[in-house]
Every structure is written in C-alpha cells, then in structure tokens.
Design a protein around this ligand. Sequence first.
Ligand code: 13P
Length: 334
Amino acid sequence: MDSEKLRAVASAIVSNGKGVLAADESTPTIKKRLDSINVESTEPTRRRYRELLFTTDGIESYIGGVILFDETIRQSTIDGVPFARVLSERGIVPGIKVDKGAKALAQYPGEKVTEGLDGLRDRLIEYRELGAGFAKWRAVIQIDEHDIPSPSGIRANAHALARYAALCQEQDLVPIVEPEVLMDGAHGIERCEEVTSRVLEAVFSELDAHRVLFEGMLLKPNMVIAGKKCARQNSPEEVAEATIRCLNRYVPAAVPGIVFLSGGQSAEEATANLNAMNAMGSHPWEVSFSYGRALQTPVLAAWQGQERNVAAAQQALFKRSRLNGLARYGKYSQ
Ligand code: 13P
C-alpha cells in the first residue's frame, strides 16, 4: 500500500474548492434517468450522454473526480479517446463504482446489505489498469418503524464497507465510503440525526478495525435532513447545523474530505445546504459534494437526447458545477 499516493489522491479530489461528479449510474438506473426524457437507453445513447458530461469545457475548475460505471470506464469518445484518459488529461481523477448493489438482508425484512466483495481484489486490479484512481461502494440504510435499521443491519453494512475500503487501499485506490441513510419516509430531522450517528459510529469503528488509513479515504454521507414525506422541512441553516454536529462527533479529523450525496434533494437545495455548512466557518475536513442527480437533472432536462441541445446541456453542467464550487466557500446565493 502506497500511503503517500493514497493521501495525495484523496486530497487532490477535494482540493481548491473541488468536488465529485457521480456519473456511475448502473444500467437499470441510467435507464430510469433516460426514460425521464424519453430517450431509449442503449449503449450508444449512454455513451453519447456520458461524452457530453465528460467533455464539458471548464468543469475541471470545480470537479476533481468523476465516478464511472463498469460499462463507462470501458467506453471512449467518438474520436476513440477512452473516457478515463479524457478526464485524467484535464486533471480530473477517474473513479469507479465497484459494489454490486444493495440486496435484501436475510432475516431482516425491510433492510438491505450491499454485495460485491467476492472477486473484488481482481476487479480492483483491472480498474486500476483501466485508469481508475479511486473507487466507490454504497451502503443503503432505510429508516422505518422503531427497529429499522437494526444494529445487525448497520453492522453488516459497516463491515462490508470496511472490507471494501481495506481492499481498495491494498491496491492503491482511494476508497469513497458511502453509507447512505435514505431520505425516504416521514421521519423528522432528529430521527435522521440519531440513525446517521449510529451508522457513522459503526462505520468508523469497522474501518479502524480493518486498518483503513483515514488520511487516504473520503466519506460520502447523507446530509442530516428530514424525510421527504415529513411535514416539517428544515432550512439550510438547520440542516447544516445538525449535519456538522453529527459529523464532528463521529468523523475523525484525519479524513481529508466529506463529499455529500444529494440523495433526491433538488439541485438548488443540495447547493444551498452545502453552502450553509461552509458558511459556518472552517471544519476539520473539506466539506464538499459528490452529486449525481443534483448535478445531472438540469443537464438531462436541457439535453432531451438532441444533438442541437448539447451545448445547452453542457452549460447546465458547468453552471451547477460552478455554483457548487461557490458553495464550497459559503459564497453561493440563490
Ligand atoms: P445522488 O447525488 O443522486 O444521490 O447520487 C450520488 C451517488 O453516487 C449515489 O451513490
């Protein structure tokens, strides 16, 4: 394990106000996104869409890493340049989603555990050869009645995240550790804080037990936020206060960066919440973004699958990237 390289790559992804573009939708998920604009999901349409994203001029000022899917890291521009090379030549680190999705956890109805550890070492070696500098694994935690998530469900997911992170570092890939507490449901912000606290505590305990180098990883958590169906939604200042309190308690200062997922927040909400956190002052870690939908929804809306709209779609990506770049310094205003 090359600790210096891991530290350098993890820090570079979040340096100078930069964040991450999550473009690692699996084939079923990208189909949903393309369906929303009536574009058929085929290998050529997925390739065209990803080329549009990765060749947008100027995003390298705000985007330090892009997460790719297995199909995408093997694809190239129309001119034959592999996507991983297009990105790295612009100073953007290519990354790869390596989990195999969240599956039902046996004996725990309503809970899931993420699969993908079998054969992972060999897959990581191949991805590194294809140009990846980092990887991502997403655990999914649902909030439901009082006993969901269970301690066993949290522990199973934390353990898998830690085994994944240790394997990544063994192969000199920076792990992005993503324990996502979903915003589905009617729970309030307090319940989200309680569950996120238990999850982060378990995750860092397992990471430590598996000898993961905190300086050579990034954390991709949910924000502490009320469920989508909760009648009381909170202001960005309230979300920021609860989220930073929770992270201060459970995330070691040695971790170089927190890169939030957007999780179903609108593009504007995700930027406003990130801005409010950075407006509070400085934190032990870079407080940044790794947004999928909050960066891409406006791009899809502008593109509509039409060549004549490519420039407008790229402008939409540049705009969201720039605004999240401002939010990294607490300088965004709606
Ligand atoms: P969202 O920002 O759309 O939640 O996607 C981020 C991601 O990579 C989820 O794994």
